[in-house]
Design a protein around this ligand. Structure first.
Ligand SMILES: *[C@@H]1O[C@H](CO)[C@@H](O)[C@H](O)[C@H]1NC(C)=O
Ligand SMILES: *[C@@H]1O[C@H](CO)[C@@H](O)[C@H](O)[C@H]1NC(C)=O
Ligand SMILES: *[C@@H]1O[C@H](CO)[C@@H](O)[C@H](O)[C@H]1NC(C)=O
Ligand SMILES: *[C@@H]1O[C@H](CO)[C@@H](O)[C@H](O)[C@H]1NC(C)=O
Length: 490
């Protein structure tokens, strides 16, 4: 079976090209099958052989049913959504093939969204759920272990840090989501082998759980002692959205690097409701005169940006219908003020890894289609490397991807944190905030490619795009890594 099946099916359907295709052909038109099926209530119980459908046929049916169901949910039609969900339930399964798994998580998310119209029901069904940061960390660790994406991001980030910090004697690194020691242990080892000798290293780790920071501090202090590197750890217990940039305690004379892995997009959620309700949390963490300064600055830089030839900054890829409205930092003040505060620390380097997808669409259908496309590729990655019964795989799918899908589809407003945006938008946003792009070096790309080879990861590619890197599964870009530095306005 083709390892990238789910996404191929999606592409096939989206291109409207449902047809015979070689030996693994779709024998009868799933479109016909689908229309017959949707007219037959309770078909699942009457036709038990449906369970025996060939994987491709079932996959095509599932995509049709999911899209139809999402349309019903978007239209607020409970009756029709109920019927669609009932149909899908006969075909979906969290331990089946990729499309069956994807369907299971998308239906859960769609049903969750419908149920929110009855807050009583929704809360009751959620009332015994334990929200556990430990589980989240476990899921992220499994994702790190089972897929190459985070490893690649760390390798590329560290190489950029090593290059930017060449010759520096005092190095300060800020990690916006500090939970994985592997990246920094690797950096300590590389720094200790530096020809000019290791620098004095300070790492500021940000995480909402004190225990996580304490554990990490122990690991890193141990390693630094072994390698005889002067090392200091600065823990900050905080959610990113509440982070007080003052508490980062950046000292003059330090060369500063910031690492953000899959974090920045969550700040977009804070902006969704701010203009509407003047939330107290917004003013609590922000000094209003600072905010004003930021807004003025943004207007200026936006004006500057508009004066320049804006076309070269941003050329949309053909498959993206995004960035139809001009982007301004003033439109997302929380993100804008956060980036400006980081800019104000004059970092020598900032490396940003983000999901390469557009999950911040304003309509539900846009988000469903984009999420189907993105997560089909991620589920395919796991299908290609792990058996269907793998517990680790199921945990990543349920606790990480499943939760993200649910957030993208079922949540609105500040609750909707998974607002992944594409590289072209991050480039605009960071340039507006005053950052200048740092091209990622050939050396970093080489190391990333070597990592893929050494671990025997097949089907992954690293592609250069505007001096940034995108990590692809087959032809589908899934994550972007870009590097930035403080740039003075002149
Ligand atoms: C939900 O759908 C099922 C299957 O089509 C149907 O039997 C049931 O009556 C529906 N429930 C409601 C409340 O409409
Ligand atoms: C569901 O329950 C968890 C854990 O109690 C809570 O954190 C979360 O906010 C709840 N979600 C909703 C939408 O009520
Ligand atoms: C994305 O997020 C920002 C900030 O919350 C919001 O202003 C914008 O409307 C969202 N949607 C799109 C399509 O950009
Ligand atoms: C706000 O910022 C201004 C200038 O940066 C400063 O003078 C003032 O003390 C700050 N106010 C608060 C409440 O932090």
């Amino acid at each position: 079976m083709l390892p990238f099946k789910a996404r191929s099916l999606l592409l096939l359907l989206m291109a409207g090209m449902v047809q015979e295709e070689g030996s693994s052909s779709v024998t009868s038109s799933p479109l016909q099958f689908f229309s017959w099926m949707s007219l037959s209530p309770g078909f699942g119980s009457q036709y038990p052989w449906l369970g025996e459908l060939k994987s491709e046929q079932r996959g095509l049916c599932l995509i049709h049913l999911l899209v139809a169901c999402a349309n019903h949910v978007a239209a607020g039609s409970v009756e029709n959504a109920n019927i669609s969900l009932e149909h899908i339930s006969h075909l979906a399964s969290p331990d089946g093939d990729t499309m069956q798994r994807i369907a299971a998580y998308f239906t859960e998310a769609l049903a969750d969204r419908m149920l929110k119209a009855w807050p009583g029901l929704h809360k009751a069904l959620n009332s015994t759920k334990i929200s556990s940061v430990t589980e989240e960390i476990l899921a992220q660790k499994l994702f790190f272990d089972l897929c190459p994406f985070l490893k690649l991001s760390y390798v590329i980030t560290n190489q950029a840090i090593i290059e930017a910090m060449e010759g520096e004697k005092m190095v300060h690194i800020i990690d916006l989501n500090f939970f994985e020691p592997a990246q920094w242990i690797n950096l300590l080892q590389t720094l200790s082998a530096r020809p000019e000798g290791p620098p004095h290293l300070r790492i500021t780790g940000i995480h909402e759980r004190k225990e996580v920071l304490e554990q990490m501090a122990l690991r890193l202090t141990d390693e630094a002692e072994k390698l005889d590197i002067p090392f200091q750890f600065n823990p900050i217990v905080s959610k990113l959205e509440n982070l007080d940039v003052e508490s980062l305690r950046v000292k003059t004379g330090e060369a500063l690097a910031v690492s953000s892995v899959l974090q920045l997009h969550s700040l977009l959620a804070m902006d969704d409701e701010m203009p509407k309700r003047n939330s107290p949390t917004a003013s609590k963490t922000q000094n209003s005169s600072h905010l004003q300064r930021v807004l003025q600055m943004n207007q200026r830089t936006l004006g500057e940006w508009l004066e320049k030839d804006s076309v070269h900054l941003y050329s949309p890829s053909p498959d993206s219908a995004s960035v139809s409205t001009p982007l301004s930092l003033a439109a997302s003040p929380k993100m804008g003020s956060f980036l400006n505060a980081l800019w104000g620390l004059s970092p020598k380097l900032m490396v940003v890894t983000e999901q390469e997808s557009n999950h911040n669409g304003s309509t539900l259908m846009e988000r469903v289609m984009d999420a189907l496309n993105f997560y089909a590729a991620l589920f395919d990655c796991l299908e290609s490397t792990l058996p269907r019964g793998s517990i680790g795989r199921q945990k990543v799918e349920k606790m990480l991807f499943g939760e993200e899908i649910k957030n993208i589809i079922a949540c609105e407003g500040t609750e909707r944190k998974e607002r992944h945006e594409k590289l072209e938008k991050w480039i605009l946003r960071l340039e507006l905030a005053g950052f200048g792009r740092v091209p990622l070096s050939y050396h970093g790309i080489l190391q990333a490619k070597r990592l893929l080879q050494n671990y025997g990861y097949d089907g992954y590619r690293i592609k250069e795009e505007n001096g940034c890197l995108v990590i692809c599964w087959q032809d589908r870009p899934l994550f972007s890594v870009s590097a930035w530095r403080f740039r003075r306005y002149d």
